[in-house]
Design a protein around this ligand. Structure first.
Ligand code: S3P
Length: 436
């Protein structure tokens, strides 16, 4: 249980922990590459540790070399090549991590064995049919134990056939699953999505020697990614940028707490992830990106945020995939903004770690904010937040978003179980209070 009260101001500089999506991918691609991959800035959170455990269970040697400075540790992955994974003895456990199970399934599709994957209670409720369908078109059968499209699931790896797949949703997990399976196919794999989702798999695959092309349809948000198989992946040196999704909580806190000014260093600002910056600017927030540079193929910057008066905005369409994980904290910004904020095209929130659409609406109402539920989003009327008892239901981003709400609410806010922040940002509270 965590009690949160108002803070006078936030000041200082923080290096946010490594990007979760990129950390997962560094272990996965490092495992199926030839030779060693060395990763600096790897996020040691529960989700990424689940990925490490799954690959260790398939015979991949992964070592951690301690550095002298903070954040100076290096993860070394001794790659076993595309087809070098060993059949796991037991069930692979992705725990709470959707990224682990969905990307891993793409890799398992090309292995000459059957594997079983499961996850925690939350992950066992989340839909797997979104990857089962394209994998079945690729000739790879996945069978869910209860026949309900949910984990536990067996992946019958073997021969993979190339497909041209039109995804009904913009999902980087589905795209990555199909592209990773495409590494094992006979012909190029085409993946079309209605709007561009995060492209870390494509960028990192290119770094490792993969061959990909991206085609944008004129006058449309739809994007096709083509993966050409037949290349060998080679181990790399990777430096993981800070996670903009974790940075978002500190940005929001600094915008809302009077008199605040903070700088977040080395934050990933890949344009498929930077929707939060665009929304903050549209709301009138004082935010500056400086020292923009490249970390491999990923753009990073230092971001300075100052306390600001915010106004409501409209969020929808192709912007949504670029900020999908930030919607809980954007809703908190909207609750404190002048006027109304409309969020639409966000039905995917219903199938995250929890149903975030209803969670956001219920919790904002508990805190005294007027919110209208819509089919695929919500309409939030800015007001004054009151402290409340918030149950994040094990969802890390809900715990952090409503902790930020607690920092500017009248009275005390209680987060009933805050330990779930370890899923993506284990040092969340320590880093937050170090800025006071
Ligand atoms: C992720 C993709 C997104 C995001 C998740 C991480 C990834 O999920 O919400 O936290 O690393 O590929 P979807 O692909 O389901 O949109």
């Amino acid at each position: 249980m965590k009690k949160i009260e108002q803070l006078p101001s936030l000041r200082g500089t923080l290096t946010v922990p490594g990007d979760k999506s990129i950390s997962h991918r560094s272990v996965m691609l490092g495992s199926i590459a030839e030779g060693d991959t060395r990763v600096r800035g790897f996020l040691k959170s529960d989700d990424c540790l689940a990925t490490i455990r799954c690959f260790r269970d398939m015979g991949v040697e992964i070592e951690e070399i301690k550095g002298n400075e903070p954040g100076g540790d290096v993860l070394v992955i001794h790659g076993r090549g595309l087809r070098g994974l060993r059949e796991p003895e037991g069930v692979l456990d992705a725990m709470n991590s959707g990224t682990t199970v969905r990307l891993l399934s793409g890799i398992l599709a090309g292995q000459p064995f059957v594997s079983r994957i499961t996850g925690d209670e939350s992950l066992r409720r989340r839909p797997m049919d979104r990857i089962i369908r394209p994998l079945s078109y690729m000739g790879v059968m996945c069978a869910t134990e209860k026949g309900n499209g949910r984990l536990p699931m067996s992946v019958f790896g073997g021969d993979v056939h190339a497909i041209r797949y039109e995804s009904p949703i913009a999902s980087a997990q589905v795209k990555s699953c199909v592209l990773l399976a495409g590494l094992y196919a006979d012909e190029p794999t085409f993946f079309t999505e209605p709007a561009l989702s995060r492209n870390h798999t494509e960028l990192m695959l290119s770094t490792f020697g993969g061959n990909l092309k991206v085609r944008k349809k004129p006058q449309s948000a739809s994007v096709t990614t083509i993966l050409y198989p037949g290349t060998i992946l080679t181990g790399q040196e990777i430096c993981v940028p800070g996670d903009i999704s974790s940075a978002a909580f500190y940005m929001a806190a600094a915008l809302l707490i009077p008199d605040s000014e903070i700088t977040l260093t080395h934050v990933g600002i890949n344009e498929t992830r930077d929707g939060i910056l665009r929304v903050i600017r549209a709301m009138g927030g004082d935010i500056r990106t400086e020292n923009v540079r490249m970390e491999g193929r990923e753009a990073v910057a230092d971001i300075t945020v100052r306390a600001s008066e915010l106004t409501g905005t409209e969020i929808g369409g192709p912007l949504i995939p670029t900020l999908i994980d930030e919607i809980p904290v954007i809703a908190v910004l909207a609750a404190c903004a002048k006027g109304t904020t409309v969020i639409r095209d966000a039905a995917e929130l219903k199938v995250k770690e929890t149903d975030r659409l209803s969670g956001i609406i219920d919790n904002l109402r508990l805190m005294g904010i007027r919110v209208e539920e819509t089919e695929d989003g919500m309409i939030i009327r800015g007001g004054r937040l009151k402290g409340a008892v918030i149950d994040p239901k094990g969802d890390h981003r809900m715990a952090m978003a409503f902790s930020v709400a607690g920092l500017i609410s009248e009275g005390v806010t209680t987060i009933t179980d805050e330990t779930c922040v370890s899923i993506s940002c284990p040092a969340f509270y320590d880093d937050l209070y170090a800025l006071t």
